[in-house]
Design a protein. Structure first.
Length: 297
């Protein structure tokens, strides 16, 4: 068993990219850093006021993940002090729960010397999260297209997505369960076929880094966007303005409430500033994909 004294860094992520519902994830260059050290009991401390309402004991998602992974392998984790800095907006559609799960998996891997493969980490994370999109991107970095079913997963990892990113973050949190409750139980065969086709083309375009096509497919989703878009102030106006500014496309980030805008590399700051001026309700952030997934320092 390794005595701790290390840090784990995990990127944020966005999911779906429109029609890639619960299957496409993209890591973002916004990070959570967890400093790990020995302690007489479980204790989690956050250095960001935004995270002040999160449990700081055994109920914390990072801690429960560590304990669950240890039990899965017939081990018991020592109690730890986790000191956390995070750039990731909480509850805003950037995979904060997946980030916590990825951190917990890697901390358990290090402390208990489990030597988990990337594939096994993704399986464990998907089992805990219930789907693979955010957690696979958080663990591996880049973009990941996955098919998760029970205890097995198949995925394609695109290591270097070549795109700039603008995210528009509203002031209010939208719980994922509230957003999911808006989705219909059924879609017509025609609508499901159309959205599935756009998701297939989106995935193929991700592999070839064709962001012109990705941007168009992002805006052809019928799985969730039509049922959620009313939650986002100025949704259609932001999409139109983004296109006029030269963006590839705009869509909901995960389950929301933030919006994801794919833009040409080098235009992130300019487009972010222009959108901030036009739509001051949102905080506009320029960023890039994160090529690195969960790392240990």
């Amino acid at each position: 068993m390794n005595m701790p004294g290390f840090s784990v860094v995990v990127p944020a992520s966005t999911a779906n990219l429109g029609p890639g519902f619960d299957s496409v994830g993209l890591a973002l260059s916004l990070y959570m850093t967890v400093k790990v050290s020995s302690h007489t009991s479980w204790k989690v401390s956050y250095n960001n006021e935004e995270y002040s309402g999160i449990p700081t004991d055994e109920r914390n998602l990072i801690v429960t993940t560590i304990i669950n992974v240890a039990e899965k392998y017939g081990k018991k984790s020592p109690t730890l002090l986790l000191n956390i800095d995070s750039e990731i907006p909480l509850g805003k559609g950037f995979g904060s729960s997946a980030t916590a799960i990825a951190a917990g998996i890697e901390i358990a891997n290090q402390v208990l010397e489990l030597r988990l493969t990337d594939h096994k980490k993704v399986v464990i994370g998907s089992e805990i999260e219930g789907h693979a999109d955010n957690v696979s991107a958080a663990l591996l970095g880049g973009a990941v297209v996955s098919y998760f079913e029970g205890e097995s997963i198949d995925y394609i990892h695109i290591e270097k997505p070549e795109v700039g990113i603008v995210v528009l973050v509203p002031p209010k949190v939208l719980p994922t369960e509230d957003s999911r409750s808006l989705l219909p139980d059924k879609l017509s065969h025609k609508e499901a076929t159309r959205s599935s086709a756009s998701g297939c083309v989106l995935s193929a375009a991700l592999v070839t880094n064709n962001w012109d096509i990705i941007g168009r497919m992002m805006e052809k989703d019928g799985f969730h966007e039509p049922h959620r878009k009313h939650l986002f102030p100025s949704f259609d106006e932001i999409r139109q303005s983004s296109k006029e500014l030269g963006a590839y496309g705009m869509t909901v980030s995960g389950a929301g409430p933030s919006l994801f805008v794919a833009v040409p590399i080098g235009k992130e700051e300019w487009i972010a500033n222009e959108l901030a001026n036009c739509f001051p309700f949102y905080k506009s952030i320029a960023t890039q994909p994160s090529e690195s997934g969960t790392t240990v320092k």
